[in-house]
Ligand binder design. Structure first.
Ligand SMILES: Cc1cc2nc3c(=O)[nH]c(=O)nc-3n(C[C@H](O)[C@H](O)[C@H](O)COP(=O)(O)OP(=O)(O)OC[C@H]3O[C@@H](n4cnc5c(N)ncnc54)[C@H](O)[C@@H]3O)c2cc1C
Length: 493
């Protein structure tokens, strides 16, 4: 006869399932603005081991999307900067080091302010925009290529100038206010003050052209507000703040079943799960938030959410020590020519790591036999840095899963973020298309939560003061980023 096992029953006002950047940021922001009891459940033994721990660490302020036909994703990035400056910089003054800076009399723009423990690195991303004499254009027989390149170039220069150049004053009535969609679209014939080039970037471009046996071509090189960010530090600080406000985090949890009342609009009654130690638990809550990244599939079918899910895999190459100390992105009209180089600096256990993250826009469908091809990344790296330099480094590659929602409504197919709820149900699904959108995702989810449950909002709290015990606890909960895990392992063997 099988042994009867007791199951613990727990109630929390809000349960967040998934401890990546989305779950962490939502729990933290909600805790900061309410007195609700909040619990975050994560199936892995640590937080931040999914996509949030494997990315390049590129903080997007819009440059990558500035050339698209539709400016919406660009605007979402620009709004993300506004949310970061208004909602995070005042609360995390020693960490969230993007704030408004007076660059000309009465002209304030967001800027990275150097700070020892800052989330954002004070070195810009250079955007390399090829022109009509570039290798990708010259190697193509299509006349339309150069027309398209020129079109894209004008959009990139114009929109970036309106947003981050000398056109828009971000300081309005004491607050940070981003330009509107209409403003960034009114970019005709602007002179772009963001044009900037360093010798390093010019040399990279020349070596790239020479690798095709071509004379140096012309490039638009822009200094953007994009930069690299320390994603582990962001997650650790948000977790520390959440812990200090009473949020509980439970890792190593397996969810066995959602108990759902299907009589009328879906209501989740309980969540049946097993703790890390294998004890059964029944968790009840007023609201359930799912922020499970690549783990959405089973929940979507249970909750009868109709949005389709697309998963794809991308490759990333880590080179240590870093190949150069400059972040750059080649933004081509041809995917094959896309290439990013990001420098990351990390201190782990007293050891300093400075490494390059290399990526392109290649991906494979998430089918077992579809391999992600890392060769194009290595080929581009060889063209920019030379074979000897590239292969003198320790090189590692890994794959990372990207999860995107494709809604029935085409409008929602924005590569930014997705928040789904039914006003009569007690659940929410959230998926950010970018880590960089965490301020907007946390804020917008909070707005949605207010429509689903009733609670008293708290007045803004005084700035977060880090405390050693909480910091230690947060450091234990959040995993080091995956590249650091690889490099630390290699260093130890
Ligand atoms: C190759 C690549 C590069 C990228 N580079 C960048 C970049 O440079 N900059 C940028 O801004 N964005 C980047 N992104 C996007 C970014 O990584 C994601 O948008 C973001 O990390 C998603 O966060 P998330 O919390 O939704 O997902 P995740 O970080 O994956 O978190 C989901 C969590 O849910 C947990 N989970 C899943 N199922 C369950 C379950 N049943 N029970 C409990 N827990 C569960 C998982 O273990 C995981 O911890 C990149 C993405 C990819 C794929």
């Amino acid at each position: 006869m099988s042994e009867i096992q007791a199951s613990q029953i727990e109630y929390t006002d809000v349960i967040v399932v998934g401890g990546g950047i989305a779950g962490i940021a939502i729990a933290e922001y909600l805790a900061r603005h309410s007195r609700l009891s909040i619990k975050v459940l994560e199936r892995a033994n640590h937080l931040g081991t999914g996509a949030s721990g494997k990315l390049e660490g590129w903080f997007h302020t819009g440059a990558l999307y500035s050339g698209q036909d539709d400016a919406q994703t660009f605007i979402n990035c620009v709004n993300g900067v506004e949310d970061l400056v208004n909602l995070y910089a005042p609360y995390f003054p020693e960490r969230c080091n993007v704030s408004l800076k007076e660059t000309k009399p009465a002209l304030f723009r967001p800027a990275v302010i150097p700070q020892p423990k800052g989330w954002f690195n004070d070195s810009p991303v250079y955007l390399i925009h090829p022109q009509t004499d570039s290798p990708e254009s010259r190697l193509s027989d299509l006349k339309s290529d150069s027309v398209y390149l020129e079109l894209q170039r004008n959009r990139v220069l114009g929109r970036l100038e309106v947003a981050y150049g000398q056109q828009h004053n971000w300081l309005r009535e004491g607050n940070c206010q981003a330009p509107t969609y209409a403003q960034v679209e009114a970019h005709e014939d602007l002179d772009c003050s963001l044009r900037d080039s360093t010798e390093t970037v010019r040399n990279l471009c020349q070596r790239f052209d020479a690798s095709y046996d071509m004379e140096p071509s012309n490039y638009e090189i822009l200094r953007t507000l994009d930069c690299s960010m320390n994603t582990s530090a962001i997650m650790r600080d948000l977790v520390a703040s959440a812990l200090a406000q009473g949020v509980t985090f439970e890792t190593g949890v397996t969810i066995d079943k959602l108990l759902i009342d299907r009589y009328g609009p879906i209501q989740i009654k309980s969540l049946l799960c097993q703790t890390q130690q294998g004890f059964p638990k029944r968790l009840k809550a007023n609201l359930f938030i799912f922020s499970v990244g690549e783990g959405f599939e089973p929940f979507l079918s249970e909750l009868q959410v109709r949005a389709r899910l697309k998963r794809s895999r991308s490759a990333m190459v880590v080179a240590e020590p870093a190949l150069i100390d400059t972040n750059f992105v080649r933004m081509s009209t041809k995917n094959r020519f896309h290439f990013n180089h990001f420098v990351q600096h990390r201190e782990v256990g007293g050891e300093n790591f400075v490494y390059s993250m290399l990526a392109d826009s290649g991906y494979a469908n998430d089918a077992p036999r579809n391999d992600v091809d890392i060769e194009p990344i290595l080929e581009s790296a060889q063209r920019y840095f030379g074979k000897d330099k590239l292969y003198s480094r320790q090189l590692f590659s890994y794959e990372c899963i990207k999860t995107e929602f494709i809604s029935e409504e085409e409008q929602k197919r924005r590569y930014s973020y997705w928040i789904e709820s039914d006003p009569n149900s007690n659940y929410l699904c959230v998926l950010p298309g970018k880590f960089s959108f965490f301020p907007t995702v946390a804020f917008q989810t909070y707005q949605r939560i207010k429509t689903l449950i009733e609670f008293d909002e708290c007045a803004p709290k005084s700035p977060f003061e880090s405390e050693t015990q909480v910091e230690k606890e947060a450091a234990k909960l959040v995993a080091n980023s995956y590249p650091i895990q690889i490099l630390a392992k290699a260093a130890a063997t």
